[in-house]
Ligand binder design. Structure first.
Ligand code: GUN
Length: 287
């Protein structure tokens, strides 16, 4: 049996359309066009592509976006000065500082400096805290995108064992927190595995839902997946001239019940959720 493919592109398009019409209504009511400021430091080609995709998606949904490009040698103080200016600008509703930042920049200081009401990545401690307590202001883009895919594919999560591979602040930790909350696409029993986990394959084999976010190409192999399990692949790894996920897609699809492809799975969802957060930021600031 071959797994059902969860089409992230299609689900993301639905969400983007919904944001576009909600944003148009909001503009009619308030006269405000939600505006995302994206900050790109340096010349990392992958980051440049991601930021361009985010901007294009904004424009297609009728949101405004502005790109702030800074040279690779930018200092922490210079970047903090830009963040302060964007924090104070009433015409900017969302601020996204694309990661990774060049080595000399104190990343945490910069992320901490983004005012929580404009923190559309949901990286600020205040927003992470609210999310963990189950009263989110913003939802973290990639994890909530994964959750939307589970909802769309009608995957039962309540009482199921979800195994998250990876403990990053951007994906692994917040993903586990969303899955353990009460509610839709949640109520799961959650295990987080990481580079120091013992018996990792055995644990993953017990999972009803696997979320792979470790950044290692083809790490999850068919023998690690329980027959019928749902596999969400967050990985985007460049191997030669190909993009591959953290899951050995061709082998695992023969075992899994449902699986996301790379590309066309989680990636487009991250962008769709960013648009949703940008609209929400504008709405919150209009109150
Ligand atoms: N780099 C990789 N993923 C992300 C993301 O979701 N947000 C930001 N700001 N940078 C990233």
């Amino acid at each position: 049996m071959s797994a059902r493919i969860i089409d992230g592109k299609a689900v993301a398009a639905e969400i983007r359309n919904r944001v576009a019409s909600q944003s148009a209504e909001f503009q009619q009511r308030s006269g405000i066009v939600p505006h995302l400021a994206a900050v790109l430091v340096g010349e990392d080609p992958a980051s440049a592509v991601y930021v361009r995709n985010k901007q294009t998606a904004c424009e297609k949904a009728g949101l405004k976006s502005t790109l702030h490009r800074l040279p690779v040698e930018t200092t922490t103080e210079q970047l903090l000065a830009l963040v302060a200016r964007l924090n104070d600008d009433p015409g900017t509703h969302g601020i996204l500082v694309q990661l990774p930042l060049p080595r000399q920049i104190a990343e945490q200081r910069v992320l901490d400096a983004v005012t929580p009401l404009k923190d559309v990545d949901c990286f600020h401690a205040e927003n992470v805290g609210l999310m963990v307590q189950g009263r989110p202001r913003f939802l973290p883009c990639t994890p909530s995108g994964c959750q939307q895919l589970l909802i769309h594919a009608a995957i039962e999560t309540a009482g199921k064992h979800a195994v998250v591979l990876g403990r990053s602040e951007i994906v692994g930790k917040p993903m586990a927190m969303l899955l353990v909350q009460k509610g839709l696409a949640a109520d799961a029993t959650v295990t987080i595995c990481h580079s120091r986990t013992q018996n990792l394959s055995e644990i993953v084999r017990q999972a009803d839902i696997v979320v792979a976010a470790i950044g290692r190409p083809n790490f999850v192999t068919a023998d690690m997946v329980k027959p019928g399990a749902t596999v969400i692949d967050v990985g985007i790894n460049r191997v030669g001239d190909k993009l591959v996920g953290d899951v050995d897609f061709e082998a695992v699809r023969a075992v899994a019940g449902a699986i996301t492809p790379v590309p066309g799975g989680v990636g487009p969802m991250t962008i769709a959720m960013l648009l949703q957060n940008t609209l929400r930021a504008a709405e919150l600031q209009a109150i």
